[in-house]
Design a protein around this ligand. Structure first.
Ligand SMILES: Nc1ncnc2c1ncn2[C@@H]1O[C@H](COP(=O)(O)OP(=O)(O)O)[C@@H](O)[C@H]1O
Ligand SMILES: [Mg+2]
Length: 255
């Protein structure tokens, strides 16, 4: 196992070179080692995505089944935005200003958000576990590779896809009591013609003072994208009203 962890350290091809000493710093390697020891992962194979805040890798578990592991970057560079979402979230009250603690809290937050969505039956990657800056979740893809982002998919039935994503916004608010907050064609993957919403770290509970603004932004993004793709769009104000005052609402959501 040490050898496998070592291999990660010394592997220097393409995208991985860039992450050398940054994502796979010593603490991250130890965390990966722990996840291996704990039986959660067996191998980490290749980066699916290298992003500003972290990288996502294709990994396998002990049965050889695929997993996705999101490893948050531990450098300060792009980390500023995390703080305000963590501090504003009542679930993370009292978390200090320490950079590591914030990154761990952020990882924990994305995990909890995924859990909440999944428990409400909404289409997100099933969360598996998290430790420090590493989040393990269901791999969205198949033997041909990871599922494409919505922006790269040719839509045969744009209105049907639109309705699915809209349902996620509405049910997310009503059933999971969350607003995604960064919903766009970049954070929706399409597998077998169905949308799966990802990147849920910034999602907030719907009682957050700013939740309604995030909701409005999500609706606007989704309407903009699907309008360009020729879907039958429901007016943003109407969607907002449906979310906030919709008929099958099970409790008071907003003033
Ligand atoms: N569970 C997953 N299965 C397959 N691919 C994933 C998964 N999660 C993320 N990805 C891929 O990694 C990319 C980045 O993930 P995301 O969570 O959006 O992080 P960020 O945008 O902060 O870099 C996604 O656009 C997607 O292509
Ligand atoms: Mg993203």
């Amino acid at each position: 196992m040490e050898q496998r962890v070592d291999a990660l350290k010394t592997h220097k091809t393409g995208d991985e070179r860039q992450t050398e000493g940054e994502v796979f710093d010593k603490k991250t390697l130890l965390t990966i080692y722990d996840l291996m020891k704990g039986g959660f992962i067996d191998t980490i194979q290749f980066p699916i995505s290298t992003g500003k805040e972290g990288n996502v890798f294709f990994a396998t578990d002990e049965d050889g089944d695929p997993l996705a592991i999101k490893i948050f970057r531990t450098s300060t560079a792009t980390f500023k935005s995390f703080g305000k979402y963590i501090e504003g979230d009542p679930r993370f009250k009292g978390i200090g200003g320490n950079r590591w603690k914030l990154i761990y809290a952020w990882t924990n937050k994305e995990f909890k958000n995924l859990q909440r969505y999944a428990e409400a039956g909404l289409p997100v990657p099933e969360p598996i576990t998290f430790q420090q800056n590493c989040l393990l979740m269901e791999y969205i893809g198949n033997e041909n590779g990871p599922a494409p982002q919505l922006k790269d998919v040719k839509l045969e039935e744009p209105t049907e896809m639109y309705d699915e994503v809209l349902s996620f916004i509405i049910d997310g608010w009503k059933d999971a009591h969350l607003v995604h907050g960064d919903l766009s064609e970049y954070n929706v993957l399409v597998l077998d013609g169905q949308p799966i919403m990802i990147d849920c770290g910034q999602a907030m509970t719907n009682d957050f003072f700013n939740a309604k603004d995030l909701l409005i932004r999500d609706i606007a993004n989704i309407n903009r994208f699907f309008k360009n793709r020729g879907a039958d769009i429901i007016d943003s104000a109407k969607v907002l009203d449906e979310v906030l005052n919709g008929s099958d609402d099970d409790e008071e959501e907003e003033e």
